[in-house]
Design a protein around this ligand. Sequence first.
Ligand code: GDD
Length: 339
Amino acid sequence: MKKALITGINGQDGSYLAELLLSKNYKVFGLMRRKSKLDYGNIKHIKDKIEIIYGDMTDIVSLINAVKLSQPDEVYNLAAQSFVATSWEQPIATSEIDALGVTNLLEAIRTIKPEAKFYQASTSEMYGLVQEIPQSENTKFYPRSPYGVAKLYGHWITVNYRESYNMYACSGILFNHESERRGKEFVTRKITDTVARIKLGLLDVLELGNMSAKRDWGHSKDYVKAMWLMLQQEKADDYVVASGETHEVREFVSSAFKAVGMDIEFKGTGIDEIGVDKATQKTVVKVNPKYFRPSEVELLLGSPEKAERELNWEREISFNELVKLMVENDIKLVGEEIL
Ligand code: GDD
């Protein structure tokens, strides 16, 4: 039986990856931070099948303990301060977790179990002010947030430990991936949750920031398969995982309303832009400048060509299916709330 240690196991990706590894008969260990109130987050339904280890990416002692206890064949580093907007409010904490935390974990593995295979959750945010379209493994990085900068460190330290110590260490450069389990601070889930509330008469308006930003969105369930595939190869390498399509935030909004039977028309520009329900002529989308970021990543579009060719990875859930799954799930959840 193979053993895997997943940091950030109670997040969106951690939970889907844990499900995938359990289905492959792995013994799964999950690193979680201890909180004043116990919260299993997205792994409530499988918590009895997983061995939880309490620890923190900023505390190398806890990581050494976690590696000692789990003796993993594979380590997936999914723990992060992952909300880009927060990284301007907490730049130091973000770099302690997302940058130095990776070195802590790599050192723990190098000391206790150097033959363990390592996956680092890198991100398309490292491309930031994109230097090339589409972005591939060879595109130059230009991060645009403290989060992107910290993640770039995490990426390079992973490459460096592979080259310095011959460790099997991979960096997965994942473009945006969403799901029904996404936190409501991220734009996709904020949209689908609010659209459900508008549809059910609980809210009137969805307030957003930059709706012109373009993202390459896929489903987390598809993307965790790529993480696992990266650790099943003969040689460690880095891979872009993306859908190969880009959509404006505005398009995500229209699709989400469409999924509940509402047709939206956008009028005006800049901070005066509004989204109007064609049937009732009511304003259902507004711009609120408080959601703009100090510096923005305007366009992300990844090329999954290498992952498809070398890993045989394939995405199964399309953009429209993703939106529909998320909206339908939120209609159900919000419906249960008001029962
Ligand atoms: N969150 C949020 N809220 N974003 C908004 C809003 C809003 O009200 N209005 C517009 N946006 C825009 C943001 O400015 C950004 O351009 C885009 O929507 C997506 O924002 P997020 O969903 O917060 O995700 P992200 O692209 O910044 O970061 C996500 O993807 C990265 C991979 O590219 C996160 O999952 C990161 O952890 C991940 O690395």
